[in-house]
Design a protein around this ligand. Structure first.
Ligand code: COA
Length: 140
């Protein structure tokens, strides 16, 4: 496998949205095209894709808010699971966050997505209890 991790390019848009749909990461209240467009205006260098040749096989969208680093939209192609694509994406995002001085990275996992718990544990992530809350400011 000649896996390359690189920043997202506009030409990746359709394969990225397809991968998010295929891996169950899209939700009716999140327009993936809007999410991409917003990310391209804020720390676009932290929006990474994994490509094997010309084939897109993974994504991760990271951000640093000055206090914590966050990961979103981590996905690898269902046909390519267990090859280390998810790990490589997270490790590269961590490197970029460390370069920015970010002391801790964290992420939210949807309650029903228990399958990924062991994946994150194998990457050194430790669970912690919070009550999450949010408020939509712009309807898509
Ligand atoms: C989570 C996800 C990105 C993992 O991708 P992947 O490319 O299969 O992961 P890797 O091959 O890099 O695995 C890294 C490690 O986690 C382990 N791992 C991966 N999936 C696992 C699972 N379901 N259960 C237990 N361990 C798992 C691997 O064995 C590997 O361990 P190792 O490095 O010690 O050998 C992928 O399952 C996915 O896209 N899921 C759907 C989308 C999703 O839920 N994203 C997360 C949203 S919070």
């Amino acid at each position: 496998m000649t896996l390359q991790i690189r920043p997202f390019d506009l030409a990746d848009t359709e394969p990225v949205v397809s991968l998010w749909q295929e891996t169950g990461l899209t939700r009716p209240w999140n327009n993936p095209y809007q999410d991409i467009s917003r990310k391209l205006r804020v720390q676009p260098e932290l929006f990474l894709v994994a490509v094997d040749g010309t084939t897109l096989v993974g994504t991760v969208m990271a951000g640093y808010d000055g206090h914590r680093g966050w990961l979103y939209y981590l996905a690898s192609s269902p046909a390519r699971r267990g090859e280390g694509i998810g790990r490589r994406l997270v490790e590269r995002a961590e490197e970029l966050l460390i370069d920015m001085g970010c002391p801790k990275v964290q992420l939210m996992v949807r309650t029903e997505n228990v399958e990924v718990h062991d994946f994150y544990a194998s990457l050194g992530f430790e669970p912690f209890e919070t009550w999450n809350t949010g408020k939509r400011l712009i309807a898509d």
